[in-house]
Design a protein around this ligand. Structure first.
Ligand code: GDP
Length: 296
């Protein structure tokens, strides 16, 4: 069975209001129950879900509403506010600093769009005038270095990798050291994608982190992963210091409900979203626009 995306469940819950001519506490509570259930099923933290319910009930106090107020709009905007605050873990993402090396390590499941996203991220900073280099520390997947090389060459971004060295932490360490020596400002380390939470590959990821001492670790997540998002994000967070998230493939059908789970699990803010396969299909993350899409 394909489980509905969290976003779809939330919009269905909101749309149910249209079936009622009178919006009262009972209607609101039924809708909140649906919304909370959907959030809990998506593994959003229980305390956060309870907080949402309490805050919406406080914002929509039926005993105290001015006459003529549009209750539907009020409820929608209260829920919107709460979802926006859920997507804000309350910490600022790492901001690269000019004229010094910033090492950014990318992690994620295989197929999440990590290698593509590394190039998009590199391209974004290059366009802004930063000196950017890409390091391929994926020795696990055959062809990974070629893929990065091809992407990097197309985008005219210097890259580092090896066909002979088999230890990814050695490649990562060497690549980062080389780019640091040459005065690079953004040094991106692409790591192997994990299928699931394979122990050996996670160990390798920790070794790469130890060898490169990243300033930020970016967790790349496919927006269509839906329900599994929380566990995946948590597994990565437990091994490396995930500081930011990037959600990919938001050009597809997925509404991106998994993003809420990823933020809840990593307590790391979303910095960008991927909206296509092309290098320019990359946007800054805008909380409000994202939540509107989620509920739309
Ligand atoms: P990795 O295994 O995590 O490194 O994933 P890749 O970067 O190789 O990407 C896997 C597939 O997803 C490729 O076919 C990419 O072109 C595609 N992809 C990556 N990001 C996006 C995105 O934002 N939108 C779409 N539609 N496809 C994407």
């Amino acid at each position: 069975m394909v489980l509905a995306d969290l976003g779809s469940k939330l919009s269905v819950a909101l749309r149910k209001m249209a079936n009622h001519t009178v919006i009262d506490q009972e209607v609101l509570d039924a809708m909140l129950a649906d919304i909370c259930k959907a959030l809990l099923q998506a593994d959003v933290n229980v305390a956060q879900v309870k907080q949402l319910r309490t805050n919406v009930r406080t914002a929509v106090n039926f005993d105290n509403l001015a006459s003529g107020i549009n209750k539907r709009k009020l409820i929608e905007s209260a829920i919107m506010t709460e979802l926006c605050s859920m997507l804000d873990p309350g910490v600022k993402p790492y901001e690269p600093k000019k004229k010094r090396p910033n090492v950014i390590m990318f992690v994620g499941l295989q197929g999440a769009g990590k290698t593509t996203t590394c190039t998009k991220y590199a391209h974004l900073y290059k366009r802004k005038g930063w000196k950017v280099g890409l390091v391929c520390a994926d020795t696990f997947r055959a062809g990974a270095f070629d893929q990065l090389k091809q992407n990097a060459t197309k985008a005219k971004i210097p890259f580092y990798g090896s066909y002979t060295e088999t230890d990814p932490s050695v490649i990562a360490g060497d690549g980062v050291a080389k780019f640091k020596d040459e005065g690079y400002e953004i040094i991106i380390v692409d790591t192997s994608g994990r299928h699931r939470q394979e122990g050996a590959l996670f160990e390798e990821m920790e070794q790469i982190a130890a060898a490169t001492e990243p300033d930020d670790v970016v967790f790349v997540m496919d927006s269509s992963i839906g329900q599994a998002a929380h566990d995946q994000a948590r597994a990565f967070k437990e091994k490396v210091k995930v500081g930011s998230c990037i959600i990919t493939k938001l050009d597809g059908h997925a509404k991106g409900g998994g993003a809420l789970s990823a933020v809840a699990a990593t307590q790391a803010p979303i910095i960008h979203i991927g909206t296509g396969e092309h290098i320019d299909d990359f946007e800054d993350f805008e909380v409000k626009a994202f939540v509107s899409r989620l509920l739309g």
